[in-house]
Design a protein around this ligand. Structure first.
Ligand code: ADP
Ligand code: MG
Length: 173
């Protein structure tokens, strides 16, 4: 598991953008967390990282699946919030999006647990304060375990760089 704590929406978006660059082709990202926890905010970040305008992304509650063509792959975004029961969700045909040369991000993915592919990245967002969120990233399957390991190292390094820049710390040899 990899845990990211964010202190504001912009940080969540930035993590999303970073994450998008670590995702393989045909990645599936399953998001869970209460209403207002920041799932769509994270998707906006993923979009940004893929070269899509984040403001174009919003909760696709009425349109079940949204497609956003990115720089070199497409973002498929769906929100299962309003769907009830496995039959309604099965009707969406999620599996059609598992291999469309893109990234599939599903909000309220726990509703479709039985319909997800064998391997995917699970992210649960917890509200810890007005602006504080905890994102718990878990791998389902071996290839996503590798992504978790990569995130731990590379996102950690990025945060250290940002911290140093903020406090103007320079490495002295
Ligand atoms: P969801 O899709 O889970 O319902 P949204 O992303 O639509 O959630 O909304 C999250 C709300 O919480 C937004 O109003 C956002 O500004 C706010 N927020 C506050 N702090 C954070 C944070 N650290 N990360 C993400 N969103 C945050
Ligand atoms: Mg949402």
């Amino acid at each position: 598991m990899f845990i990211v704590n964010t202190n504001n929406p912009a940080q969540t978006e930035r993590f999303g953008a970073f994450l998008s660059r670590c995702l393989p082709l045909n990645a599936v990202v399953a998001l869970s967390g209460q209403l207002g926890s920041g799932k769509t905010t994270l998707v906006k970040g993923i979009a940004k990282g893929m070269g899509i305008k984040p403001e174009e992304v919003n909760s696709p509650s009425f349109v079940l699946m949204r497609e956003y063509p990115g720089k070199d792959r497409t973002l498929f975004h769906c929100d299962l919030y309003r769907l009830e029961g496995v039959f309604q969700i099965a009707f969406l045909g999620l599996e059609d999006y598992f291999s469309r040369n893109g990234v599939l991000v599903i909000e309220w993915a726990q509703k479709a647990a039985a319909l997800l592919p064998q391997e995917y990245l699970r992210i649960n967002i917890n509200v810890r304060g007005e602006l504080k969120r905890r994102l718990k990233c878990r791998a389902q399957g071996k290839s996503y375990q590798k992504i978790i390991e990569r995130l731990k190292v590379e996102y950690g390094e990025l945060r250290i760089k940002q911290y140093k820049r903020k406090f103007q710390i320079t490495n002295s040899k």
